[in-house]
Design a protein around this ligand. Structure first.
Ligand code: ADP
Ligand code: MG
Length: 606
């Protein structure tokens, strides 16, 4: 395992390296479409930004005025007006800065909300094969941590950088105006500060991506462990998990520190070069003042502009790191957005008839799961089910029964053969159109956080309360629900009541009953029920099955014995078909399974 994670780390570094040559900030361009709708806000923020910077640039000139004239007696009358004007400038600067801050933060929050919504909505559309390769925790980390990075930049760093850029450029122009000679001298220093930004910047960005990947890695691990915390504790596995998490946390610490070391070096370079430059300029300037080539006010003004310029550059280099981190984050978000679902609607999907009849046909279907291409999950499977007919799928676990359902639901497309729904190849239909016609009771029913009623209504959000109750009754769930303290309003999920496996199955059945679709898929739907409840549910299911096509996967043969057609599968192929009596008479796998189960039951009964 340790070896595995080591290799994972290497893979991360390798990926980061591969991406390094791309222009540092180009991934941020992908944010443009998200910014475009707020053009007006951005222009307004730009105005506020320039206005605030312009007001700031007035101050050094004012200082020169005070130093060169302010202290002489003849100007005493003017001085009041002069300072009043400065107060107005300060007030204007305050309002403009606040406006800029508000507008820019607004844009940042807005863009991040849009990015989050888009990424989440996109992830929901992705095919199961995506979730087999990417861990849920990692997707969550991208949705939260990565988008927060983007928000920091769009909603603050970018405007800080821009404000300082305007301030720095304005300062530089005014430096030239104030003293061309000293300004030229400062120009010499610029390459000295810009070079390290470019040199270190690239590495900072690469390390940023690695560091974010490690954070994602860590939260994915925590998510896995916490989701299965009862299993972790039952196997007293806590210490091993602690160790693994710690290793993961240390990994992300190491990656972050490496990045920060780089940033620290960058900061050191810039600050010392700039400080050094200011001292040199001050020195030369002071000798110019002494020689009478410059007034004291002019030198003060020049130095103030130089300080603006320097602190502006400093701020830019600080935000540079954030911008690069956001660039890495954006890249990761765009990776998700550019992942196409492997199963998607064709350009011109063939509509299924409405209402659908529910005729099903498998024509020589062969299928391998994308994550296990060497293993044949289904081979040359052919069968047809007439509308309204009920068929059982039987076979040992791993036979491919659930896979048949996955293909019907178009979670995957088969590599060979085709599947017809009412005579239409489902590969040429919209997967959503296909799924709309299916009610599924999955092998491991999922309960969502919410009330019982909401959970049942999941199958048909517009159903009335009476419909929900009727469905619960048919699923033999009404009784246990009403015994709960808050009945149908009882909360389920993390902070709610916990249901037993059998109760969950009955909720799932009620959900499927309410969905009222022409094709019903039951995957071991009653496996967790005791005999008594199973008998109750069977009645509900029998009502439900009448008039619609049903495929039942059942482990306990007693539950499907009365169906006219039973299809027997083993290792991905159909090995027999017939009624219970026929199959038993024919011998083979089914007869063996039957004698095992029924003899056991007899033995128990006697
Ligand atoms: N998501 C998956 N990825 C890779 N292999 C899978 C996946 N789901 C099932 N399989 C494999 O496909 C075969 C058939 O599985 P399944 O249809 O679940 O069997 P059954 O429902 O009959 O027990 C098994 O060998 C199983 O390991
Ligand atoms: Mg199964």
């Amino acid at each position: 395992m340790a070896r595995g994670s080591e290799q994972y780390t290497k893979e991360l570094y390798r990926q980061a390296d591969r991406r390094a040559p791309s222009k540092a900030l180009s991934p941020l361009r992908a944010l443009m479409p998200f910014l475009a709708p707020y053009r007006g806000m951005i222009v307004a923020a730009g105005f506020a930004l320039v206005a605030a910077a312009a007001a700031a640039l007035v101050l050094p000139a004012a200082v020169r005025g005070v130093i060169d004239h302010g202290f002489s007696a003849e100007d005493a009358a003017n001085i009041g007006r002069y300072f009043l004007a400065l107060i107005a400038v300060a007030g204007f600067m305050g309002v403009a800065s606040a406006t800029r801050f508000y507008l820019v933060s607004w844009i940042g929050e807005r863009v991040v909300a849009d990015v989050r919504t888009k990424v989440f909505s996109h992830v929901l559309s992705l095919s199961p094969s995506f979730f087999e390769t990417v861990r849920i925790g990692e997707v969550l980390s991208r949705l939260t941590a990565d988008t927060t990075l983007v928000q920091t930049v769009v909603g603050s760093s970018a405007s800080v950088a821009l404000r300082n850029l305007v301030l720095a450029m304005g300062s530089f122009v005014l430096m030239v105006v104030t003293s061309p000679k000293l300004a030229a001298l400062c120009l010499v220093g610029v390459p000295l500060t810009v070079a390290p930004i470019i040199l270190f910047g690239r590495r900072v960005r690469r390390l940023s991506r690695t560091s974010q990947d490690r954070v994602a890695d860590m939260s994915a691990y925590a998510g896995e462990a916490l989701n299965a915390v009862l299993t972790v504790q039952a196997f007293t596995h806590e210490n091993l998990d602690r160790e693994k998490f710690q290793r993961s946390a240390e990994g992300s610490f190491a990656a972050a520190i490496q990045r920060n070391r780089m940033r620290a070096a960058l900061t050191a370079f810039i600050i010392s070069f700039v400080g050094f430059g200011i001292v040199v300029v001050l020195w030369i300037g002071a000798s110019d003042v002494l020689a009478g080539r410059m007034t004291g006010g002019e030198l003060s003004q020049f130095i103030l502009y130089a300080v603006f310029l320097a602190s502006g550059m400093g701020a830019i280099s600080e935000t540079w790191g954030d911008v690069q981190r956001a660039s890495g984050a954006t890249e990761r978000l765009m990776e998700i957005l550019s992942t196409e679902p492997t199963v998607k609607a064709p350009d011109n999907p063939v509509p299924l008839p409405r209402p659908a009849k529910g005729a099903i046909r498998f024509d020589n279907v062969g299928f391998r799961y994308p994550s296990r291409p060497e293993h044949r999950a289904l081979a040359d499977v052919s069968f047809a089910i007439a509308p309204g007919e009920a068929v059982a799928l039987v076979g040992p676990s791993g036979a491919g029964k659930s896979t048949v359902f996955h293909l019907l639901l178009r979670f995957f497309d088969p590599q060979e053969g085709r599947i017809l729904f009412d005579g239409i190849d489902i590969a040429s239909a919209d997967p959503r159109d296909v799924r709309r016609n299916i009610a599924l009771v999955a092998q491991d029913p999922v309960i969502f956080a919410g009330t019982i009623e909401e959970n049942i209504r999941y199958g048909r959000p517009e159903a009335s309360a009476e419909d929900v109750r009727a469905a619960a009754m048919a699923a033999a769930a009404d009784e246990f629900i009403r015994r709960l303290p808050e009945g149908y309003e009882s909360l389920l999920g993390e902070r709610g009541v916990t249901l037993s496996g059998g109760q969950r199955q009955r909720l799932a059945i009620a959900r499927a009953i309410l969905r009222d679709a022409p094709l019903l898929l039951l995957d071991e739907a009653t496996s967790a029920l005791d005999a008594e409840n199973e008998r109750l549910v069977q009645q509900g299911l029998a009502n439900l099955m009448s008039g619609r096509t049903t495929i039942v996967i059942a482990h306990r043969l007693a539950t499907i014995q009365r169906l006219k057609r039973i299809v027997v599968m083993d290792q991905g192929v159909i090995i027999g078909e017939g009624s219970h009596a026929e199959l038993v008479a024919r011998g083979g796998l089914y007869a063996r399974l039957a004698s095992l189960q029924f003899d056991e039951a007899k033995a128990l009964a006697s």
